[in-house]
Design a protein around this ligand. Structure first.
Ligand code: NI
Ligand code: MN
Length: 219
């Protein structure tokens, strides 16, 4: 069984029963966070870019849990602390204990001098999950959907810094994803959105709205 646990903003965990894969663990200072950085568990931590609302508590969590941090090399600065890392880059695929991680492009700034923002395609528990990170809509999302059959697309819809629901709906079409889970909205007033808009805009895929603190099974 594969579960999706949503901790608020762009932070979620995929859990296949043996591995806990934590994404963009911004918990401290996150008004939507439903778990503390002191309590969250992880075997892997995947980071999309170095903006504070994504890299967040990754260093502290990695040190405490001994999780392996995956990201682009330029953002892997842990202030000299011993952290297990997998530095990779766009287009690369790494085999992991749970399956695979592919780093894919995102159209967004990196949050640090050097490096670029990314998204991830993760194979775990017999499913393929695409997390776009922070990104604008771009037509090469079609290529991501052509390489892997995307079971679940986790997409930002907040607007202002990323896609809004209109562009996210187009992204779902490009990706040919079976299901879409919106994230990165309502954390602050500037990214307030109505996720119900996605139901209206997305035709082929199933829209699944998960509230912070809630979990769903990815079937
Ligand atoms: Ni960002
Ligand atoms: Mn962000």
């Amino acid at each position: 069984m594969l579960t999706f646990n949503y901790y608020g903003h762009a932070c979620f965990m995929l859990d296949d029963g043996a591995n806990k894969i934590l994404f963009d663990p911004f918990l401290t200072g996150n008004p939507a966070a439903t778990v503390s950085e002191k309590d969250v568990q992880a075997n892997y931590i995947l980071i999309t870019h170095a903006h504070g609302d994504h890299i967040g508590d990754a260093p502290n969590i990695a040190v405490r849990t001994d999780a392996t941090v995956v990201g682009i090399p330029e953002i892997m600065d842990f202030g000299g602390q011993r952290v297990k890392t997998i530095g990779m880059n766009l287009g690369g695929t790494v085999k992991t204990e749970f399956g695979f991680v592919r780093m894919v492009p995102a159209l967004h700034s990196s949050g640090i001098a050097g490096g670029v923002a990314c998204g991830y395609v993760v194979g775990v528990g017999g499913k393929v999950v695409y997390f776009a990170g922070d990104t604008a809509l771009f037509s090469d999302m079609k290529l991501i959907g052509e390489r892997d059959k995307i079971d679940y697309a986790v997409l930002p819809i907040g607007g202002h810094y990323t896609m809004d629901p209109i562009d996210a709906a187009k992204a779902v079409e490009f990706l040919n994803a079976a299901n879409v889970i919106p994230v990165h909205y309502d954390t602050w007033p500037v990214i307030k959105q109505n996720p119900e808009d996605l139901f209206r805009l997305v035709n082929k895929a199933k829209v699944i709205v998960v509230k912070p603190g809630h979990s769903i099974e990815l079937k």
